[in-house]
Design a binder for this molecule. Structure first.
Ligand SMILES: [Zn+2]
Length: 275
């Protein structure tokens, strides 16, 4: 794209001027960290060949309840076998955070990359592989305990099967984090969507499902999608390659003021959404 350089300069200025950025992290940020998208058609095919079931079925609450041994076979082999390390894009986000510009990071990813990288104020809509809990006594277990367990991981106190810390298909996202995410996006002066597309449930829900007013939204993603036109600006490239170009390094570090102290400015009208 010829215009890419112009767009990058424009986005860099927007980021520089913004004081209340919300960053939405999609599956692309996991892939850039060396992970797999188990819902990509290639991976779906591989997993169906191997387990004779789709990843949706295996990651469901029904499967967890009815075939717990099989559920954990899948979960341990495909979700937590390799613990991922955050890609360089996360270091860039830490810089943005230190400049006091980011009010919330919102993610559906549950690989603990955000926390490991040192991001604060993260809303994990689909939980975290790190937060496993015994439903009976409430004892918490780390991901290493889950990895090492033979068969179904059970609580060492009461022998109950441990509930993994991630949201399963058929379960609803808790209202609290969902509302918090929507509110954060409404108050933002800039939304950065990284490594996903506008069709993503998280993006649609947080930004008003294409309609209505919302703050300016910049989409940075490698894959093109027919819904890209709903973003105000789009950069098609790896997030790791784009972020160093749009984050100014000469800005001073600044502590972020607590949310209750922030004077809420009226949300800017989104021209694209106006009728
Ligand atoms: Zn227990």
């Amino acid at each position: 794209m010829n215009d890419q350089n112009g767009t990058i300069a424009k986005v860099k200025q927007m980021v520089r001027d913004a004081n209340n950025i919300v960053v939405l992290l999609g599956i692309g940020t996991v892939i850039e960290s060396g992970g797999e998208n188990i819902w990509s058609s290639r991976e779906c095919y591989r997993l169906e060949e191997k387990y004779h079931k789709s990843p949706d079925e295996m990651m469901s609450v029904e499967y967890y309840s009815a075939r717990r041994d099989k559920f954990f076979e899948f979960y341990k082999n495909e979700i937590i076998a390799n613990i991922l390390e955050p890609a360089s894009l996360y270091d860039e986000l830490v810089i943005l955070q230190k400049q006091g510009k980011v009010s919330k990071f919102i993610t559906q990813n549950y690989y603990n990359l955000e926390c490991k990288a040192g991001l604060e104020d993260v809303i994990e809509l689909h939980g975290n592989i790190k937060h496993n809990i015994c439903p009976h006594c409430g004892k918490k277990f780390d991901v290493e305990y889950m990895q090492k367990a033979k068969g179904v991981p059970t609580c060492d106190e009461c022998k109950c099967a441990i509930r993994p810390g991630v949201l399963l298909f058929g379960e609803k996202i808790l209202n609290g984090p969902m509302t918090e995410a929507v509110n954060a996006c409404e108050k933002a002066d800039l939304i950065l969507v990284l490594g996903t597309n506008m069709y993503d449930n998280m993006v649609r829900f947080c930004t008003g499902d294409y309609k209505g007013e919302r703050p300016p939204l910049v989409l940075i993603t490698k894959e093109e999608h027919y819904t890209d036109r709903y973003a105000d600006l789009v950069i098609h490239d790896k997030v790791c390659d784009v972020l160093p170009q749009i984050i100014s390094k000469d800005l001073p570090e600044k502590k972020r003021i607590k949310e209750e102290d922030v004077i809420v400015k009226p949300v800017k009208q989104n021209k694209a959404a106006k009728k």
